[in-house]
Design a protein around this ligand. Sequence first.
Ligand SMILES: [Zn+2]
Ligand SMILES: [Zn+2]
Length: 383
Amino acid sequence: MSRKDYYEILSLPRNAQAEEIKKAYRQMALKHHPDRNPGNKEAEERFKEAAEAYSVLIDPEKRNVYDRFGHEGLRGGGFQGFSGFDSSVFEDFEDILGNFFGFSFGNFFGAGERPRGRSRQRGRDLALEVEIGLSEAAAGVEKEIKLNRAEACPACRGSKRKPGISPSACPTCGGKGQVRYQQGFFTVAKTCPRCQGQGEVITEPCETCGGKGHVREKRSLRVRIPAGVEDGSRLRLAGEGEAGEEGMPAGDLYVVTRVRPHPFFERDGNDLSCRIDVSFAQAALGGRVEIPTLVGSEVLKVPPGTQSGETFKLKGQGVPDISGRRKGDLYVTVLVQTPKDLSKEQKTLLAKLAELRGEAVETVDRSVLERFKSLFESSERPH
Ligand SMILES: [Zn+2]
Ligand SMILES: [Zn+2]
């Protein structure tokens, strides 16, 4: 092939932008397209040249090498001429090229044939949910899960063939995985439609799996769920997904934990919170209250004079971190209950207490209003 300058081939200035390069190539490809010039060797050459020039100039890396070192640079430098041709650069020209390049590139520039067969696939991943309680999430738990998955056929071990029968070369492509046909004066190679490029066909399929290579099995697995998982945590069990195609690894199984909401505790990360009621007397005098925890109970000391809404921390009574390094805390909010349905005697005692504290009960209590007024006046008063 001639070593003409790529810019000359496409009639482009050396500083041409990508859009210009595309436009110039489109014009050239249309003009010299073999379908428009049947049997014209000259046009065929121009058509090839333009494609080669375009594939270099549109690739910034190759273009840079070409600008600095010319054709020689492209021959070395890992580009190895066009054997590493990336036909995807021609995607924009599908309308004019059709599948012309998609099939014929390898032969077009004399590059080695690449097997184009569909590669064998690893198995699919599976995912399922497991519901657990908050205590189980905090302590860790072992659960049995049931799944229905594709496993390699025990008879043919995934080969799809009847055991003992060797694969036969594909009669359509003669085992090459590609078929060739004439398109105009080009020989076009295409992945064999019969064997999908594998080069071999199964004449006697395995009877156990019907030639699928896998069978569906119901399995139950015991899964260790570690302490500290959250709602939505994903555990990966490598290789417990569906079987891969012959010789390929199985997929993975993802277990998603769903943690049921707890009636008493709320969870925020590793910390827990809860609310407890204490009586007016407990809050005023102080006292000890037994608090439930995820593992048993703890005694919370309520100091004298505790106000409703105050929060106390029980250190280390939360959920362990999934790394196991630390534990969250439990925050207990105390709500002071105002007594209702007081008996006559209780009312008398409370009134007595109020009287001793100089609190007005039966008459109009002006203390709230007075406090408000003093705040208002002090802020209005000039400093
Ligand atoms: Zn089988
Ligand atoms: Zn074939």
